[in-house]
Structure formats: structure tokens, C-alpha cells
Design a protein around this ligand. Sequence first.
Ligand SMILES: Cc1cc2nc3c(=O)[nH]c(=O)nc-3n(C[C@H](O)[C@H](O)[C@H](O)COP(=O)(O)OP(=O)(O)OC[C@H]3O[C@@H](n4cnc5c(N)ncnc54)[C@H](O)[C@@H]3O)c2cc1C
Length: 337
Amino acid sequence: MKLFENYSLKNFNTFHIDVKAEKFIEIESSAELLEFVKNNDMNSKNILVLGGGSNILFTKDFDGTILHLTFKDHQEISENDESVILEADAGMNWDDLVKYSVEKNLGGIENLAMIPGTVGAAPVQNIGAYGQELKDSLFEVEYLDLSDQKFKTLSNEQCKFGYRDSIFKNALKKKFIITKVLFQLKKNPELILNYGNVLSELKKEGISNPTIKDVSNIVRKIRTEKLPDPNQIGNAGSFFKNPFIDEATFQKIKNEFPDVPSFKQDGKIKIPAAWLIEKSGLKGFRKENVGTYPKQPLVIVNYGNATGKEIFDFAMLIRQTVKNKFNIELEPEVNII
Ligand SMILES: Cc1cc2nc3c(=O)[nH]c(=O)nc-3n(C[C@H](O)[C@H](O)[C@H](O)COP(=O)(O)OP(=O)(O)OC[C@H]3O[C@@H](n4cnc5c(N)ncnc54)[C@H](O)[C@@H]3O)c2cc1C
């Protein structure tokens, strides 16, 4: 366990906001985590588990303790004819796990290439991209239950995954720390090619019978062209979730914009938040050091030394403008602290 006081979080959040944490503790194993939890009153303290900080906006200094898990092993623990169970520690870099599974020709998370952050954070919002979600290959989650200080496991079903949602954002909120995630990866997966321009990009490369690696590489290529690299321009990916709306609201929008994109899910209609932002005239909109990324307006970027408060105010301006135009309230996907 390593303790740092009055510690800058600039390199621990992808917006690169220069805030400080009162205490920052690196936890090197599950046993150390248990020891910490047993020796500290987790209810009375302001405690935050921080992975890569790629889904967080700090609006002020963090007046409390940050726990940063650094254990990052992974191993295959069993297999049968169809699949392999792969276990990974919470502190492992997510993309390293994707690279490992792709190299082993195991399918299930190849479309989730290049999502920043850690394995431990991935189930919290059920990360997803290019037609694949974590829930499609998650087997089990191991977590430390803060109420009774016991390690427990949840099956895929028990995690109650939804679109950017899980039990960890609801019933278990503030009561858990994820220590390990187990995946069931397929030896002969059905590849997901029909999302975005995956198929057309594969065609451009002359690939008609793609492998797991081909798909993952194409996703990497598309993401590199479309999304800002957080090492160059601070951002946290999509700032808002894609909203679900009812039929009546959808028809109203369709009357004005017959080409509005939409997806049906669970009897509701999902509209891309990026489209709403663009049609509100905010694509590439910039206010001093903060703006929407011109190639993907759902991404809010820190062009310089913006503060978290400036980014937050900018996001609320986007939200209000979309509300005024469409009467739809966008919900942040990013955790605002
Ligand atoms: C350029 C860019 C592109 C992105 N693209 C995508 C995308 O395509 N799809 C997508 O879904 N997301 C995307 N994201 C968002 C982000 O990468 C994911 O949400 C990622 O899973 C966050 O991981 P992290 O380790 O950085 O989490 P953090 O930002 O550190 O934490 C996120 C939340 O999880 C909690 N948490 C973290 N670790 C643990 C743990 N071990 N136990 C309990 N709680 C924990 C934190 O307390 C916090 O509430 C993108 C972000 C960026 C910057």
C-alpha cells in the first residue's frame, strides 16, 4: 500500500483536470484492499475508487481518499470445446486485455478495442462499442462488499446490465469495490460487422472473410480517425448517454427531420445524442478552452487548461440547448465529482 497526500490527479483523469486529492492510496492486492476496508470506516469517509479516470469529471479538489487498484494479473482458468474462461484483475488496463484475447484468437471483446480505462471499471457502466457490450462476454464479477467486508461474486444475470448501466450504479452503489472480472470468450464467435462503418472499412482493406484480429484492427482504425486521443486532447469519450424517447416525441422530431436516426430497444426509441447536439447547432461549438469535438460532437474536449467547472458549465449549456430545441434532457454518461 502506498499513500500520497495532497496528490495531483492531473495524470489520473483523461480530461487532465489539475485537481488534488487529499489522500491517494495505491492498493497492490485484494488482501491489501481488505485490510484497508477493515481498518477504515468506509461510511464516514469520502472515498472514491479511481481506475484510469476516463469516465470522470473532477469539478473541484477531492476532499477525501482515492483508492487506486494496481493489481493487474490475468489468466485462463478453464476451457471447453467452445470457450475459455479468462480472469483479469481490476487494475489491468482494459485494452491490454482486448489485445491478449485477440492474440489468442478468442472472441467477444474485439469490438471494444481502444476503450481507455481498467478492467474493474468496465462492468460499472457495461462498456460498449461497435455493436458489442461487456455483458455479451462477462461471466462473473468478484467484488468486495463494503457492508460486511466479504468478497462476493455476481453472475452475469445478477449484474443487471443495461445500456451503460448495471447493479453497480443502482442497488450496489457505493457498497462495492470490484476486484476481478471473469469473461467467457468464444473460440468460434459470430463476428459483429454490421455496426457503423466496420463492414465498409473491411471491404476497403479487401478483407471479405475477416478474423477476430481483422475486426479489432478495423475498430482501432475507425476510432483513431474519429475520436480525439486523450493523451493529446483531454476528453472522457461520450459525455452524454443516447436518450430513450417515447413514440410521440419521436414522431414530433420526425416531422421536422424525416431522416432522424433511431434504434428500437425494449419498446422505446433510442436517438443518438450526437445527432441531437449537431442539429442543435453545436457540432464543433467552442467556448474558450472547451468545445464539442468537430468529428464527434458527443465528445466534449478540453482544448487547454480548462477547469472541471468550465467543462461542467459547458456540458450544461449543451444540455439546455438540446432541451430547448427538442425537449429532451440528456443524461451525462461521465461521472461528475
Ligand atoms: C477517448 C475515450 C473513448 C471512450 N470510449 C468509450 C466507448 O466506446 N464505450 C464506453 O462504454 N466507454 C467509453 N469511454 C469511457 C471509459 O473509457 C469507460 O467508461 C471505462 O470503463 C472507464 O474506465 P476507468 O478505469 O477509466 O474508470 P474511471 O473513470 O476511473 O471510473 C469510472 C467509474 O467506475 C468506478 N470504478 C472504477 N474502478 C472501480 C472498481 N475497481 N470498483 C468499483 N468501482 C470502480 C469509479 O469510482 C467511477 O464511478 C471512453 C473514454 C474515452 C476517454
